[in-house]
Design a protein around this ligand. Sequence first.
Ligand code: T6T
Length: 323
Amino acid sequence: MKNLITSLAFAAALGTAGAAQAQEDFTITLVPGLTTDAFYITMNRGAQAAAEALGITVDFQGAEEFDPVLQTPVLDAVIGRGPDAILVAPTDSTQMIEPLRRAADAGIPVITVDTFIDDGKYQDGAGDGDFPLSYIASDNIGGGRMAARSMAEAIGGKGKVYVSNVRPGISTTDQREEGFKAEMAENYPDIEVLETQYNENDASLAASQFQAVLARNPDIAGVFGANLFSALGAGNGVESAGKAEDVTVIAFDAPSSIVNNISSGLVDAAIAQHPAEIGYYGVMTAYAALTGQSVPTSIGTGFTVINADNVNDDEIAKFIYAE
Ligand code: T6T
């Protein structure tokens, strides 16, 4: 009898442990803005580090271009597979609301990373896109202000500059431009910010746009590339126009292709985001929600400004994006 009770208790204990294990074996899908971008590749590294620490699975499914028309079918396919949670960088703050609502309606918790939908303030009872649980990202307005200060310092507080940007409707790059312009308007009256050039995330277009701006403004003093491809293109445009000595390039994002241009003097500063942090805390937040914890509705991650003074420092290496 005693043996029977012992073995029943043992079986019950095993059953509980088995159930707990099954419950924690979560699959989270990370849907980036695009798959071939060092920023999101680095974010996935951070996400995988968190997955390994937690013993769960994170998969990475995205489109090859930063485009809501291409991201939507990827997302629909992900929803069809029914992961436990979705981490997603929505490629348009308005157009991705309905596609993401389909995930929430299917009972899949949604957390946005890097970019947001609607106003980015979730779970406050206001707006169409209030349903994501959390938003984990850089402070993009603050980052735009940092870029403006780096620019102002490099050009001696005066001259003409412009923003090379992707397209309107993307929360991150819209906010960087907003922060850049606000900082210039408030603190640098002798800097004129010319009309923004939109490049559709195409570095070649960003490069040829520099040539056109230069033709209209031979005294152009600087370009702020508001994301990786904008900055890469701006740098290439400045270099092929032979203007590296005269025109300051401030880059948002820090793949090695941009950081190498700091060493060569073509790029003056790069505002490095911390994408691995975004991925890591994104997964941790999803896991917390899935295991019944309350989660913060937003988490802000940091920046590191890389310039000629620190580009060779050992501690900078970890902020250069993986490729
Ligand atoms: O700048 C990042 C990201 O923060 C932005 O939302 C889109 O562009 C990048 O992925 C860089 O290409």
